[in-house]
Design a protein around this ligand. Structure first.
Ligand SMILES: [Fe+2]
Length: 130
């Protein structure tokens, strides 16, 4: 079962942004499916590293667009991106220290951040760019 399902409420109305968000969700789901394999030790760090890299790249693209448009809520929006990256870094550090990783907890962190960020920051960004 996928960790996160695409929902139209995630849509910010910009095809390229929605496409990136769909890709991110697809990546999370595919990477998560690999965690059910037996070699979990290696899989967890690869999974988290891959998610971190891809999400960072997505944020960098969005932040570039905001800078180009002199977007008025750039700082707040970027700060919310940093908040998720910090959470993922914390989860990676904790895994390295204690080899503790909870799929459910990670799913909750991502899902609640996605829903809230897409609905607020990304939706506002779209309204202002549109
Ligand atoms: Fe964003």
């Amino acid at each position: 079962m996928p960790l996160i399902n695409w929902d139209e409420k995630f849509s910010v109305g910009v095809a390229s942004v929605d496409h990136e968000h769909r890709e991110l969700i697809g990546l999370v789901n595919r990477a998560h499916a690999r965690l059910t394999q037996p070699d979990r030790e290696t899989a967890v760090m690869e999974f988290l590293g891959e998610i971190f890299t891809r999400i960072s790249a997505h944020f960098a693209l969005e932040e570039k667009i905001m800078r180009e448009k002199n977007y008025d809520h750039y700082a707040e929006h970027k700060a919310d991106h940093e908040r998720l990256l910090d959470s993922i870094r914390d989860i990676m550090d904790r895994y390295e220290d204690r080899k503790y990783f909870s799929d459910d907890e990670f799913a909750q962190v991502l899902k609640s951040w996605f829903v809230e960020h897409f609905r607020t920051h990304d939706a506002r960004l779209h309204r202002n760019l549109g």
